[in-house]
Design a protein around this ligand. Structure first.
Ligand code: M6R
Length: 615
């Protein structure tokens, strides 16, 4: 969602901030703006639409200063417009604020500020923050104290950065609740602020992450961090190991395309260093879980949103089969509203690429309050989910920039497989021979993925996309462990190509969706040769009997399916629990090729955000 980038130092601030915002474009936004301290006053430029519009405006009306903050806004309160774009200014024009999050009590605050004579220029909730800071600003406490006081009035999650021309050497950043991250980058005589690491990674790898209810005064010499109650904090300085190159598109047309094709490597990175293949053992470096605690769990609950939730539905099969622990899967957005039955015997596994999805974080808070063990599967290092957890299993798949999740999905499947093996070790739920077999299966996975991604170049996908990209509805069918893959395939298609697609458990088709089958609704069928293969073939027959069009994802060498389906995409034969890692890849590629032909904005689909930091 919204993105924030700040800079203070000797260099020209505007290009650094704009460049950082460009690296956050993937988060999703509909307007952008920047505030720069220039010759003792603040220059603000804001524009609706893409960042390129702001860049054009800056070319016409340049700014020049060494301290600035920029923002990309994803509208929540008030439509995308220049007035509603951040940064917001107080009446004097000497204080500005950018914000991620939502001020839940902004109406009452707005009314009381209006009663005191403040005149609002926008429809946003953010403007109350800048007026509250202005109201509380006093030279002795300065900006930091005013921010602290202002935040005392706010309900709901907020991450803000404020600056004032009265103190032109500092930015003040603060975090209240889970409104996305606030990373502070420590350079050599310069400092950076960003809502997400890739924005500033090219400048520094040394970063501090603000926790809930912390505030930082950021100058070119570094950052002084305190709690909102004024307690000094000694923040941990993280060394980020990501390679900035891996956050660039390289030879690919889109980030999504790059991320699909790098999955053989990302899966290797997910597995690397965690498995002793000779001993058949798994080591999870950030999972301090004793055998005693692992044995105490009577069930696991996987909680996540979107693609990560579908990953959890696959993980249920892995955890139940390997670790022999009953598993329930729920959406983060539903979980906390049903007063879930959780206690200290519950293992909560959250899956979140960004580590900042507010609904997933809320589920973790619910679990924490009820004494559950919190394990999270996370990609973004140092993110809120990682910090809140008792144990973390990083995806290690590198930055995922495309809004549509691809490599994080497959890495999170592997992480759940590793978790299942790890729990099996601790709980003695399977014997060493069976464990060795599962570990050997895993060892082959990256090579199988590489073969699949290299095979038949793009032609099969290009041909299918050429033929079908104008269709308006698709049905995706899967069964058993491949049912969640059908859900994920349908989600990929709808979110990037805007074609309506529905994922369904194949056996349920005859209970309703079969009424929809005709020549206008292709049916994508996941039919690898597994234990439900025969059942899938009979679904294919049922679709064909109603003149439907079938696109089957099948195992290499399966000639029989070719005689039944209209189109076949093959995947290498793989062990059943790992098949979804492969079977999803053709669906990612198909969705990608369709979206490209429809001229859609593949990496930043309309209305979507990479990390969903509002409810
Ligand atoms: O960062 P998270 O994994 O917590 O994100 C969850 C969903 O918002 C995300 O998977 C979303 O569904 C993607 N657009 C899917 O491609």
């Amino acid at each position: 969602m919204c993105g924030i980038v700040g800079y203070v130092g000797p260099r020209a601030a505007t290009p650094i901030v704009v460049n950082g915002l460009q690296r956050l474009e993937y988060r999703g936004y509909d307007s952008a703006g920047i505030a720069v301290v220039q010759n003792g006053s603040i220059e603000v430029r804001r524009e609706v639409g893409k960042l390129s519009n702001l860049v054009n405006l800056l070319a016409e009306q340049p700014t020049n200063g060494h301290l600035a903050v920029g923002h990309t806004r994803w509208a929540t309160h008030g439509k995308p417009s220049q007035q509603n774009a951040h940064p917001h200014r107080d009446a004097s024009g000497e204080i500005v604020v950018v914000q991620n999050g939502i001020v839940e009590n902004f109406r009452e605050l707005r009314e009381s500020l209006q009663a005191e004579g403040f005149e609002f220029q926008s429809e946003t909730d953010t403007e109350v923050i800048v007026f509250l800071i202005a109201l509380h600003y006093a030279p002795e406490g300065g900006l930091a104290e005013a921010v602290r006081k202002a935040l005392g009035y706010l309900k709901g999650p907020s991450a803000i950065v404020a600056l004032t021309s009265r103190e032109p050497d500092k930015l003040v950043a603060a975090r209240l609740g889970n409104a996305g991250g606030v990373a502070i980058g420590l350079g050599d005589g310069e400092s950076f602020i960003a809502s997400d690491i890739p924005a500033i990674l090219e400048h520094t790898r040394r970063m501090i992450f603000l926790e809930d209810r912390q505030l930082a005064v950021v100058t070119r010499d570094g950052a002084i961090v305190q709690t909102l109650d004024g307690q000094a904090v000694r923040p941990e300085v993280h060394e980020i190991s990501w390679d900035p190159i891996s956050a660039a598109k390289g030879e690919y047309r889109h980030f999504m395309q790059k991320e699909i094709f790098e999955q053989a490597r990302s899966l290797t990175d997910t597995i690397r260093g965690r498995v002793d293949f000779a001993a058949g053992e798994v080591y999870l470096e950030d999972m301090p879980l004793t055998a005693e605690r692992a044995r105490s769990f009577d069930r696991a609950v996987i909680v996540a949103c979107g693609t990560s939730a579908y990953s959890g539905l696959v993980g249920k099969f892995m955890l139940e089969k390997i670790a022999r622990i009953p598993v329930e899967v729920d959406y983060g957005s539903e979980f906390r509203y049903r007063d879930p039955i959780i206690d200290e015997r519950t293992l909560i596994v959250t899956i979140t690429q960004s580590g900042e999805t507010v609904d997933t974080l809320a589920a973790m808070e619910e679990g924490r309050a009820k004494g559950a063990y919190l394990c999270s599967i996370v990609n973004v290092i140092g993110s809120q989910a990682a910090r809140m957890s008792d144990g973390v299993i990083y995806m290690h798949c590198g930055p995922e920039i495309g809004v549509a999740s691809t490599k994080a999905f497959t890495s999170s499947l592997v992480d759940q497989y590793l978790l299942a093996l790890f729990l099996a070790q601790l709980r003695d739920s399977i014997g060493p021979l069976a464990r060795q077999k599962l570990v050997d299966d895993l060892a082959r996975l990256p090579e199988l993925a590489g073969r699949l991604l290299d095979a038949d170049a793009n032609t099969v996908y290009e041909d299918l996309a050429e033929r079908f990209h104008r269709y308006r509805n698709f049905l995706y069918l899967g069964r058993g462990i491949n049912y969640p893959v059908a859900l994920e395939g349908a989600l990929k298609l709808k979110e990037i190509s805007y074609i309506h697609a529905e994922g369904y458990p194949a056996g349920e088709m005859k209970h309703g969706p079969i009424a929809l089958i005709d020549r206008d609704m292709p049916v994508v069928t996941l039919a690898p040769q597994d234990e439900v293969y025969d059942k899938m073939v009979s679904q294919v027959e049922q679709v064909k009997a109603r003149s439907g069009i079938v696109i089957a994802i099948a195992t290499e060498g399966d000639e029989f399916i070719r005689s039944r389906a209209d189109h076949v995409i093959t995947i290498p034969a793989a062990p059943p629990l790992l098949t979804p890692v492969l079977s999803v890849m053709p669906l990612q590629r198909l969705a990608y090729e369709m979206a490209v032909r429809r001229g859609a904005d593949v990496d930043q689909p309309r209305n979507l955000a990479k990390s969903v930091t509002v409810e």
